[in-house]
Design a protein around this ligand. Structure first.
Ligand code: CTP
Length: 426
C-alpha cells in the first residue's frame, strides 16, 4: 500500500477534497488489484468513493474487497436481484463529480469511445456528465494496435483525461508500454481534475497555470538580399502543440519562423526570420515560461557573411562559407531555472531512437519527440506525423502509430502534464 507521499496527497488533501463524490470503475485485467490502491488514495484525500466493476474484473478481485473498503454496495450488474438500486447506472452516474476507470481494458476503452453501453460500467460512462479519468492497462501489442490508439484518441477528443500506462515488464512476460500507471499518479490526476472543477465534458484543463513557449517553422538564413537557406518545415507541428496546449488551459506564445500552416486562434505569435532572431525572441520570452517546446526546424548553419548586394552570376564556381547558428534549445536548457520543462524534437532518418536519446542527453531535455522522416505520413509539411515520445524517466519509448499532428501534440502534452505531476509529487 503506498504511503501518503506516493499518492501525491499531502496532509491538506483531506480537507480540500472532503466529501467529493467519485465513482471508481474497475475493469477486468491483472492490474485490477491495484484499483484497491487507487480507492485508498482517493479516500485518504477525503473523497467518498463508490465502486462499479465489470463481470470480468470480479474474476481478478472480488466485489467484497471493494465493498469492505468503500463501505458501499459494489455494482456489477444493475439488474442483479441483490442490487439495492435497479437503475444504478443512472442514479450512480448522475450523482458523482468524477468518474475514474482504473484499470481500463482495451475492450472498455473501445466501448467508451464508441458509445457502446452493454453493462453497468459502460452505461454509467454514457449516462454521466462528470469528467472522466481513464487509466489504461493491457498487453503492449493491444495498446499499440491502431484500433486502441484510435479509440484513445477519440476519448481524448471527447475530453477524457488519459493517464498513460507505464512501460516495463508485463504480466505476460513481455516488456513494453501497457502496465497500469502508478496508482499514486492516477490519484494525483483524478484530484487535479476535481481541483480544476471540471464538470461535464470538454478538454481537460490539465495545463491550466502553465505558460507554454513554442518555436515552430523554418528559419531563413540570408545569403544576399534575395536568396536564403531554409527548409520544408510548414510550422504545422508547433502550431498543433500550441493549439493543444491552449485547449488544455495553458497560456501560449509561439515564436514562429517561416510557416505555410495557419496559426491557431487564441495564441499569441511572434515572428522571427533567422535563427539569430528566433534565439533573441526566445531568450526574451523564456523567463516567463514554465514549459518550452522547440518544434522549429532551425537552420544548423548560416552564411558566415551576408552579401550586401545581390550576388551576380558568373561561370566560376561559387563557394559559401557557413558557420553554425546558435542552438536555441541547448541554450534554453543550459540556462533553465527550476521548474521549466524543456522538450525538443529530433527529425531523423536513421537510428531514430538512439539519435534522439543521445540528443536528449546532450541537450539535457525532459523529453524529446523523435520522428522518422523515412516513414510515410511523417515529418515536414504533412498533416500527420509518426512520433516516438521519449522522456527523461521513460527511456523505453513507445512508437506511436500514424496520427494527426494535433493528436501527436496531445500525446506530447500528456507527457508534459505527467512530468509536471511527477515533479509535484516528489
Ligand atoms: N534546435 C534549436 N536550435 C538550433 C537547432 C536545433 O533550437 N539551432 C532544436 C530544434 O527545434 C529541435 C532540436 O533542437 O527541437 C533538434 O534539432 P536538430 O537540428 O535535429 O538537432 P541537432 O542537435 O542540430 O543535430 P543534427 O542536426 O545533427 O541531427
Amino acid at each position: 500500500m503506498p504511503d501518503e507521499q506516493s499518492n501525491g496527497v499531502g496532509a491538506a488533501g483531506g480537507a480540500e477534497f472532503a466529501g467529493r463524490r467519485v465513482a471508481l470503475g474497475v475493469s477486468g485485467g491483472i492490474a485490477a488489484y491495484k484499483a484497491v490502491e487507487v480507492l485508498r488514495g482517493l479516500q485518504r484525500a477525503g473523497c467518498e468513493v463508490r465502486v462499479g466493476m465489470t463481470k470480468r474484473a470480479c474474476e481478478f478481485v472480488t466485489p467484497l474487497t471493494f465493498r469492505a473498503l468503500s463501505g458501499s454496495h459494489v455494482v456489477v450488474d444493475d439488474y442483479a436481484p441483490e442490487n439495492p438500486d435497479p437503475i444504478a447506472h443512472i442514479t450512480f452516474s448522475q450523482s458523482v463529480e468524477l468518474f475514474v476507470v482504473a484499470p481500463a481494458t482495451a475492450n472498455v476503452i473501445a466501448k467508451f469511445a464508441n458509445g457502446v453501453a452493454d453493462d453497468f460500467l459502460t452505461s454509467t460512462y454514457l449516462a454521466s456528465n462528470a469528467p472522466v479519468v481513464v487509466a489504461p492497462a493491457m498487453n503492449t501489442t493491444m495498446l499499440l494496435h491502431p484500433a486502441t490508439q484510435r479509440n484513445l484518441a477519440l476519448l481524448r477528443a471527447d475530453g477524457v483525461r488519459v493517464v498513460e500506462p507505464d512501460a516495463g515488464e508485463m504480466a505476460c512476460g513481455t516488456i513494453g508500454p501497457g502496465r497500469l500507471s502508478d496508482p499514486g499518479l492516477i490519484v494525483a490526476a483524478a484530484l487535479e481534475v476535481l481541483r480544476a472543477g471540471g464538470r461535464g465534458r470538454g478538454p481537460v484543463q490539465d495545463l491550466a497555470g502553465e505558460r507554454v513557449l513554442v518555436t515552430t517553422g523554418a528559419t531563413r538564413e540570408e545569403i544576399d538580399p534575395v536568396r536564403f537557406i531554409s527548409n520544408h518545415s510548414s510550422g504545422r507541428m508547433g502550431f498543433a502543440v500550441a493549439e493543444a496546449a491552449r485547449s488544455r488551459g495553458a497560456e501560449v506564445l509561439v515564436v514562429a519562423g517561416s510557416t505555410t500552416a495557419p496559426p491557431p486562434a487564441g495564441v499569441r505569435v511572434v515572428r522571427a526570420v533567422s535563427a539569430g532572431e528566433m534565439r533573441d525572441a526566445v531568450m526574451r520570452e523564456v523567463g516567463g515560461a514554465t514549459v518550452f517546446v522547440a518544434a522549429a526546424a532551425v537552420a544548423d548553419y548560416r552564411p558566415a557573411a551576408r552579401a550586401g548586394g545581390k550576388i551576380k552570376k558568373s561561370d566560376a564556381a561559387l563557394s559559401l562559407t557557413l558557420e553554425p547558428t546558435p542552438d536555441i534549445l541547448a541554450e534554453v536548457s543550459a540556462a533553465r531555472r527550476d521548474g521549466l520543462l524543456v522538450v525538443g524534437f529530433a527529425a531523423e532518418t536513421e537510428r531514430v531512437v538512439e539519435n534522439a536519446l543521445e540528443k536528449m542527453r546532450r541537450k539535457n531535455l525532459d523529453a524529446i519527440v523523435a520522428n522518422d522522416l523515412t516513414q510515410d505520413g511523417a515529418g515536414f509539411d504533412t498533416e500527420t506525423n509518426v512520433v516516438t515520445v521519449i522522456t527523461r524517466d521513460r527511456q523505453t519509448p513507445a512508437a506511436l502509430p500514424l496520427m494527426s499532428k494535433l493528436d501527436a501534440a496531445h500525446r506530447v502534452l500528456d507527457e508534459v502534464a505527467r512530468l509536471r505531476r511527477l515533479s509535484k509529487t516528489v
